[in-house]
Design a protein around this ligand. Structure first.
Ligand code: NAD
Ligand code: DAU
Length: 328
């Protein structure tokens, strides 16, 4: 199979592109190389690379010549950045998804859209989101992802597009841009910098190892049905304050680095997914946080050359906007 992996120079997309190539598939990575896209993530991978924007139909058609499938990871992905301003989120996450499904349905190409548990909004303790639950996104990021999902589902119903959607939970592992909480806290702890814990630190996330997330997406690509949505959660729920405690322990950093700072606006309290539909296709996670987090911390400890250059330039401007006031 020849497959186009859009957003394949980012965190999850690069793991997925390498996985598909290792399975013997012919992979074209198509990526705009925004601040979180990084060619170093694909070093040594047996893939073709094309720089381009998923909103550009001509560029898609040219890069996708001969492809039977598209798996879309391309998105603006960081909630805090979406709160500072969301126009790029609407462009890529809504209009980009619309462009992709418009092109793939015309060309008769299968599409898998990688979406998120955040589209359901937060979930009370004791409950979990099912695929047919209403969408109640809280952040501009989540609202944009929900808009993309709805465009794709509408194209399936109206035009018979062959598209499926995955909705994954918080993903972690090597090569994650150091704005998300695990790589941010790990790299800050390794450098003796503060760990800015939002609010009371009791928000809960369900942590999914990147390899498990990619295995689920590959299964949906090969066996998922058109118009079907699949939740992907590992059932590894943890409060942020406990996650922070484990990061301190694993990095050997001092507890005094933890700073309780002003909360994220509109902060979702808890996500939780019912992933039984995907289990029915044969997926189950292989990693737990008990093994995945120490391995991930070790990767950041051993790969300073990957993340140190990222914490400069535009990153520092963003960091100041997001944290300077919170940390004074
Ligand atoms: P990331 O920010 O690391 O990577 C996003 C990639 O998309 C980058 O390589 C970037 O250059 C590229 N990109 C952005 N705009 C583009 C455009 N217009 N055209 C082409 N490429 C573009 O993101 P990630 O964490 O790897 O997330 C990948 C996907 O998975 C996203 O759709 C996200 O919503 C979803 N997701 C992420 C998580 C998570 O915890 N990270 C969990 C569930 C779902
Ligand atoms: O749930 C899936 C989503 O997970 C993906 O769709 C998003 O692309 C991805 O960014 C992630 O969203 P979150 O907002 O949950 O991830 P983040 O790493 O930003 O934050 C995780 C938790 O940690 C959240 O409760 C906020 C908290 N946090 C985060 C940062 C960056 C802090 O307390 N301090 C911080 O500095």
């Amino acid at each position: 199979m020849r497959a186009l992996v859009s957003g394949g120079a980012g965190f999850i997309g690069s793991h997925f592109a390498k996985r598909l190539a290792a399975a013997g598939e012919n992979v074209v990575v198509f990526d705009k190389l925004t601040y979180s896209g990084n060619p170093a993530n694909l070093e040594g991978a047996d893939v073709e690379f094309v720089e381009g924007d998923i909103c550009d139909l001509d560029a898609l058609a040219s890069a996708g010549t001969g492809c039977e499938a598209v798996v879309n990871f391309a998105a603006e992905t960081h909630v805090d950045r979406s709160i500072l301003g969301a126009s790029e989120f609407v462009e890529t996450d809504v209009l980009g998804a619309y462009a992709l499904v418009s092109w793939t349905k015309e060309a008769g190409i299968r599409l898998v859209q990688v979406s998120t548990d955040e589209v359901y909004g937060d979930v009370p303790v004791g409950e979990s989101s099912s695929e047919d639950d209403p969408l109640r996104p809280s952040s501009p990021y989540a609202a944009s992802k929900a808009g993309g999902d709805l465009q794709i589902l509408a194209a399936v119903r109206t035009y018979g597009a062959n598209a499926s959607i995955t909705r994954g939970s918080n993903t972690y592992g090597p090569n994650q841009y150091p704005e998300k909480v695990i790589p941010l806290f790990v790299t800050n702890a390794l450098d003796g910098e503060p760990l800015p814990l939002y609010g009371d630190g009791r928000q809960t996330r369900d942590w999914l190892h990147v390899d498990d997330h990619c295995a689920a997406i590959e299964l949906v690509l090969r066996e998922g049905g058109p118009g079907e949505v699949y939740n992907v959660g590992a059932g590894e729920e943890l409060e942020n304050r406990e996650l922070t405690r484990r990061i301190l322990e694993l990095t050997g950093a001092d507890e005094s680095l933890v700073r309780h700072v002003e909360d994220r606006a509109g902060h979702d309290r808890r996500y939780s997914l019912d992933s039984s539909k995907l289990h029915g296709l044969g997926w189950s996670p292989r990693h737990t946080l008990a093994d995945g987090l120490p391995e991930t911390v070790e990767w950041y400890r051993s790969n300073r050359a990957w993340w140190e250059p990222l914490k400069s330039g535009e990153y520092l401007d963003y960091y100041r906007r997001q944290y300077a006031e919170r940390l004074t």
